[in-house]
Design a protein around this ligand. Structure first.
Ligand code: PEP
Ligand code: MG
Length: 906
């Protein structure tokens, strides 16, 4: 038997989003709650998937079910679809399980044709209204169902307005609209070779087909990829009786949020547009009024709306957004969902809802998006007396500076070249998505806080100012003007998404309130966002099982990490300590040394420098563990580039120069450059990532590791002698065999002990290794016999498990993600089935061999929330990540623990 493909709104509920899509499930829920929702039905996501799987053919039985539900709808409404004398009109809207705002198709006013337009005139008593509805249908249907270039319709409307000398669509009368309808029909026939279908059933069928098809349009695919939405979910289609917000001044349409989605304030927020249909608000075609101003023009509907907003928020226990229409004074709700919000608003709302008793603290913590936590640290414009050149709506928070560009393609191309850009448009459309996400900020001259630009910007965490209506955007000429000022393509602009102000030039940006509060600013500490931050981070810290360390190489990075709540250093990469003129010179001497004396002389130069570095770090991290990794990269990284050097030598020889200069280095006598080139050629490796690096360096150059251990231990002894509490862990990189680690430890441990004796200090030093190679993971049981801890180097482990070069994967990763060859970038999120499995083996076998083996991760994944959850599940002791990601990791670790507790209690 074929499945059930169509549900009446009465039949569903909010938990059926995978069947009915988010919109359908919530329409059903509102219907059950008794809220005023126009009748309708939903064609399921499953039907969409069956349609796609069958090569764009409706599944058997689906159309019959649609017919049956349509008949029921017609009975309820007392009208038939497209009936000439008194037509029922319906909207046909997409609705996927996860919100994908504006990414798929919608057709309104289905059921209108040359005859029923007259019936609609009779029904409403307004010829103008009926013809305006008809031209809207032709325009939407033509563009989305029949594939006509939408600009052709817009151009015809602009032309009609120009000919009449008016600026707004509402100034076109019935005669103008009739003419436009004729023109639109001609445009459709002309572009497609087919006439607009007059049969209402055919319109409905094609509308459903178009919505199904729009699941696979480019922008929907791009959006899913960016937001990690599964391609196999499909979209539902909602068919709903039309209500009209464009029936005159007692009608209108709007979008309302139960709280402010930009700053979290606990008061209704949104836009209202009198005498308009829903798409006018989202398209930003006309500037809207603020929601509360609706009370002045529609007091009864406004009162009723506030009641429904309250009811919905109590019901969903979260901020909801609502699309509504007022038709001749009667309020209708057309959609609701848990609304998108900025990260800033998310924290404020969770804080307020907890205070209001709407939710529990753990629900509040679980609701925060750890991936977006960094947005709270967004910049603001520094104090100054810059005069704004324009102002608009504060549509998405954060200040941004960039060069003005005027098309999404330019935004993408400029960003690709590394130029920061502000995308300036009259309004944006879903076709601009690819450029919007590459911009530092977005500025539009039209549209409200729920225009496409605003919704996308908030979703992506991009600062935006919308509806700055004093600005005239000249897309063709690639510039905008405001007052007497012209900003051309490439000119600097600054926008402030917190205040809605726009500035000429490159203003200085300053730290966010959270950054200021953390730095001790008393005023910033009074702000609600700081209180919310402290409260929820405290809870995450209380419940998390994972410790969070940072990857830090210097005292200042260590301080930075501590400020963000790091509980130690999980990776101190010592190679950075080998940079700087004096040090590079010593390293080169070590590399070139012909005798043991020369080599040791180089170590003697390096030793005090390294020791001072470690003293600074141990002092900064007093009492907290510091994992110091002995030198990892291949030695040729400390020498000039092979090609540059070869060219410099060849040119020097040809010109007979006494000295040559390579890159930014000091000039070298030609002879020395020749010797260096010989050495570089000697050290050259075909696969340096698999070459003489890591523990292999320690085997080949034992003096090097011995010097490093000496520096570490001397530093720790000194700090201890001064009353400090250094906690030292020495880590050997890239170990593949038990014997490598055993031999290196045998050589190094006596060095450490000797120095402790010399210094008269006792230190408890842990010796461990990184797990960065598949072999290491697989023989972890053996290796754990000689390692007291493991730290997963998931950058190299991912590289070696996949055989993907971590430096070059950019060349094909995009294609791999597009074709779903990998579910996500494996260098960002741990590949659980492969790399994750290796980690699991290493944990299990390592701990089987050494019960108290300490386990951590220090690859980039340590700061990725999904990977942190996996590490929690694996039972690691800690994650280590860049200092800036430490709060993210703390929150994600807390959420992992809470998520586990809540799923265990279910
Ligand atoms: C790793 O490989 O994951 C690691 C932390 O080491 P590095 O990035 O320095 O190679
Ligand atoms: Mg590594």
């Amino acid at each position: 038997m074929a499945g059930k493909y169509v549900y009446d709104f009465e039949e569903g509920n909010k938990d059926m989003k995978y069947v009915l899509g988010g919109k359908g499930a919530n329409l059903a829920e509102m219907t059950r709650m008794g809220l005023p929702v126009p009748h309708g039905f939903t064609v399921t996501c499953e039907a969409c998937n069956a349609y796609r799987a069958a090569g764009r053919r409706f599944p058997d039985g689906m159309l019959d079910e649609v017919d049956e539900h349509l008949r029921r709808l017609e009975e309820r409404m007392g009208r038939r679809l497209g009936e000439p004398g008194d037509p029922l009109l319906v909207s046909v809207r997409s609705g996927a399980p996860f919100s994908m705002p504006g990414m798929m198709d919608t057709v309104l006013n289905v059921g209108l044709n040359d005859e029923s337009v007259e019936g609609l005139t009779k029904q409403t008593g307004s010829e103008r209204f009926a013809w305006d509805s008809y031209r809207r249908l032709l325009q939407m249907f033509g563009k989305t169902v029949m594939g006509v270039d939408g600009d052709r319709f817009e151009a015809a409307i602009d032309h009609a307005k120009e000919a009449k000398g008016v600026r707004n669509d509402v100034d076109l009368d019935e005669a103008d609209l009739r003419r436009l309808v004729d023109q639109f029909k001609r445009v459709i026939a002309d572009e497609t070779g087919r006439d607009f279908p007059q049969d209402p059933q055919e319109q409905l069928k094609l509308g459903v087909q178009a919505v199904f098809g729009s699941w696979d349009n480019k922008r929907a695919i791009d959006y899913r990829r960016k937001n990690k939405i599964d391609d196999s979910l499909g979209t539902a289609v909602n068919v709903q009786a039309m209500v009209f917000g464009n029936k005159g001044d007692d009608s209108g349409t709007g979008v309302a949020f139960t709280r402010n989605p930009a700053n979290g304030e606990p008061a209704p927020y949104g836009d209202y547009l009198p005498n308009a249909q829903g798409e006018d608000v989202v398209a930003g075609i006309r500037n809207t009024m603020q929601l509360e101003e609706m009370g002045e023009v529609q007091p009864r509907a406004w009162e009723e709306l506030q009641g429904h907003l309250h009811t919905l928020e109590r019901h969903y226990k979260d901020m909801c957004d609502i699309e509504f229409t007022v038709e001749q004074g009667k309020l209708w709700l057309l959609q609701t969902r848990v609304g998108k919000r900025t990260a800033f608003a998310e924290w404020i709302m969770a804080h307020d809802m907890l205070d209001e008793g709407l939710i529990e603290v753990d629900t509040a913590v679980l609701r925060l998006d750890a991936n977006r936590l960094e947005e709270l640290f967004k910049k603001v414009i520094a104090e100054g007396d810059a005069e704004a050149i324009a102002s608009g709506l504060n549509a998405s928070p954060g200040a941004a500076v960039g060069k003005a560009v005027f098309t999404a393609d330019d935004a993408e191309a400029w960003a690709e070249r590394g130029e920061p850009v502000i995308l300036v448009r009259r309004e944006t459309t879903p076709d601009d998505y690819h450029g919007m996400i590459r911009s530092q900020g977005i500025l539009t001259s039209a549209g409200g806080t729920n225009s496409h630009a605003a919704v996308v910007a908030r979703g992506e965490g991009i600062p935006a100012v919308c509806g700055a209506d004093a600005i005239r955007v000249d897309r063709q000429g690639k510039r905008f003007t405001v007052g007497g000022t012209t900003i051309a393509e490439g000119d600097w602009v600054t926008i402030d998404g917190f205040t809605g102000k726009v500035y000429q030039g490159q203003l200085e940006l300053a730290d966010s309130p959270i950054e200021r509060a953390r730095a001790g600013d008393a005023e910033a500490r009074k702000e609600k966002i700081w209180r919310a931050y402290e409260r929820f981070m405290l809870r995450a810290d209380e419940v998390r099982r994972l410790r969070v360390r940072a990857n830090a190489d210097t005292p200042s990075q260590s301080a930075n990490a501590l400020e963000r709540g790091a509980e130690g250093i999980g990776l101190c990469r010592t190679e950075h300590m080998f940079l700087g003129e004096e040090r590079v010179a010593a390293v080169r001497t070590m590399i070139f040394a012909d005798t043991a004396e020369e080599e040791h002389a180089a170590y003697d130069t390096l030793l005090p420098l390294q020791r001072d570095d470690f003293v600074g770090i141990f002092k900064a991290m007093d009492g907290k563990p510091v994992t110091v990794r002995l030198l990892d990269p291949p030695l040729h990284e400390f020498l000039p580039n092979q090609v540059d050097l070869a060219v410099a030598v060849a040119l020097g020889r040809e010109r007979g120069d006494a000295e040559v200069r390579v890159g930014g280095d000091e000039a070298l006598p030609l002879q020395e450059a020749e010797a260096m080139l010989a050495k570089v050629n000697d050290l050259h490796e075909a696969n340096p990532m698999l070459g003489l690096r890591g523990v292999r360096l320690g085997i080949v150059k034992p003096g090097l590791y011995a010097m490093q251990v000496r520096a570490i231990i001397e530093a720790a002894c000194r700090v201890k002698a001064e009353g400090g509490h250094p906690v030292v862990e020495i880590m050997i990189p890239l170990t593949a065999t038990r014997e490598e680690l055993a031999q290196v430890r045998e050589e190094l441990e006596p060095v450490a002990e000797r120095i402790m004796r010399e210094q008269g200090q006792e230190l408890e030093v842990l010796w461990g290794t990184m797990v960065e190679l598949p072999r290491t993971a697989v023989v972890a049981g053996e290796i754990a016999e000689v390692a007291e801890f493991f730290s997963f180097g998931t950058n190299d482990l991912t590289q070696t498990a996949f055989g993907f070069s971590r430096d070059d994967i950019g060349k094909f990763l995009g294609l791999y993600e597009e074709r779903k060859l990998v579910p996500a970038n494996p260098f960002v999120t741990i590949d659980v089935p492969g790399v994750g499995r290796l980690m699991r083996i290493a944990c299990e076998e390592g701990r089987a061999s050494r019960e108290h083996l300490h386990l951590g991760i220090c690859g980039e994944h340590g700061g990725d929330p999904d990977s942190v959850r996996f590490c929690h599940e694996l039972g690691l002791d800690y994650v280590s990540c860049s200092p800036f990601r430490v709060p993210t990791a703390r929150l994600a670790a807390g959420q992992a623990a809470l998520g586990e507790a809540s799923s265990a209690s279910k």
